[in-house]
Design a protein around this ligand. Structure first.
Ligand code: RP5
Length: 189
């Protein structure tokens, strides 16, 4: 039998954001979107933002969608990332029910026709209800964009984004060296 102390144990977190509730909500139409949408969560963790992540289906759980979108702001969420495939109405319908910024991720899913269906469903929002749409399967960029929005009011996240930019520069410059070493003419560097 575990002791009372053991059963009452709750993991302590040093992450201020985790203790205060999620700043970013990641939702997706189906568990089958998780492989792609996990990219957004992984990216955010690189900036020490622990998002919440769950399934909300525009078509299969319309009431849950409404409740999630309408309660997100009062729960302290600042940005919502929504991903779906096929007839991808989730990001748009989330945006219809909140004033929080919504980043849409078109997912190439089992029911997609090449992903264009999902992309256009998310991209072609009518006037008044914007969704910031990233590339097909671009969940990682959605994570970065969400971090950039948070960084407007968080110098710690801003610093991590600056470091990330420098890292990307370093990676490309490494490739420049590699290609030059292969013997290609380059009088620029
Ligand atoms: C969309 O339909 C989901 O977002 C998913 O991309 C796609 C297929 O869903 P499942 O049939 O795999 O649950 O609503």
């Amino acid at each position: 039998m575990p002791s009372k102390a053991t059963t009452n144990y709750k993991p302590q977190t040093t992450n201020k954001q985790e203790a205060n509730g999620p700043l970013v909500g990641i939702v997706m139409g189906s568990e089958s979107d998780l492989e792609i949408m996990n990219g957004a969560a992984e990216m955010l963790r690189q900036f020490e933002v622990e998002p919440e992540l769950t399934i909300v289906s525009a078509h299969r759980t319309p009431e849950r969608l409404r409740e999630y979108a309408q309660k997100a702001k009062e729960r302290g969420v600042k940005v919502i990332i929504a991903g779906a495939g096929g007839a991808a109405h989730l990001p748009g319908m989330i945006a219809a029910n909140t004033i929080l910024p919504v980043i849409g991720v078109p997912v190439k899913s089992s029911n997609s026709i090449d992903g264009w269906d999902s992309m256009l469903s998310i991209l072609q929002m009518p006037y008044g209800v914007p969704v910031a749409t990233v590339a097909l399967n671009g969940a990682k960029n959605a994570g970065i964009l969400a971090a950039q929005i948070l960084a407007l009011h968080d110098t710690s996240i801003a610093g991590k984004l600056e470091a990330f930019k420098e890292y990307q520069d370093d990676i490309v410059m490494e490739s420049v060296k590699n290609v030059k070493n292969l013997g290609y003419r380059n009088e620029f560097d």
